[in-house]
Design a protein around this ligand. Sequence first.
Ligand SMILES: O=C[C@H](O)[C@H](O)[C@H](O)COP(=O)(O)O
Length: 238
Amino acid sequence: ATMAEEAKKLAAYAAVDNHVQNNQAVGVGSGSTIVYAVDRLAARVRQEKLNIVCVPTSFQARQLILQHSLALSDLDRHPQLDVAIDGADEVDADLTLIKGGGGCLTHEKIVASCAKHFIVIADYSRKDSKVLGQQWKKGVPIEVIPMAYVPVCRTIVRRFGGEAHLRMAVSKAGPVVTDNSNFLLDWKFDGAQNWREVNAAIKMIPGVVDTGLFVDMAERAYFGMEDGSVQVRDPAVA
Ligand SMILES: O=C[C@H](O)[C@H](O)[C@H](O)COP(=O)(O)O
């Protein structure tokens, strides 16, 4: 495996080992890093005969849970989760996150909001930043109702600057369609922002479903490092 893949695995294993216990309901995030967390969950369930249920944050997460024969649940049956573990596209010094690079931000945010503890896993490369946008250059993903994408784009750029573009699919003609049958905008912002305010303001624009900004949600981040260690970040105490 490449260094970055090894680092994803280190972070994922540390999070599962430190935060998952018997008799828990666990939120399972999306992306390439979470794959290692589900591997570890499945191994621990087998070895330690853990009794846990998993609530997915995406179609991909649901597939991972089923492929590993873990107990699949949902927020109807488990509206309170003990812990949710998820990846991120970028993490700043306050543990504000950009998520949704893989298109799954809305379900991820709902699941994270239902968890007592929300734990982020990432590798050292391009994700561990002082401020958002330092390394992640694709902008903030925003899920929108399809018929509103043009007015939402214009409103965001008028009020907050930068550029916003409809995310286009790669192996299909036309736009990316989310798990909720919506579209995605990627807002490339200029410079520093007050993320709490910007997130709230964008959410209030009619047609916006949710944003990939996760403010005051993550309790801890694990970064797998190049040297094989795992770095832990907790939010600075205000
Ligand atoms: O939409 C995707 C999710 O927010 C992912 O958690 C995020 O993109 C990180 O994914 P990865 O672990 O593949 O970098």
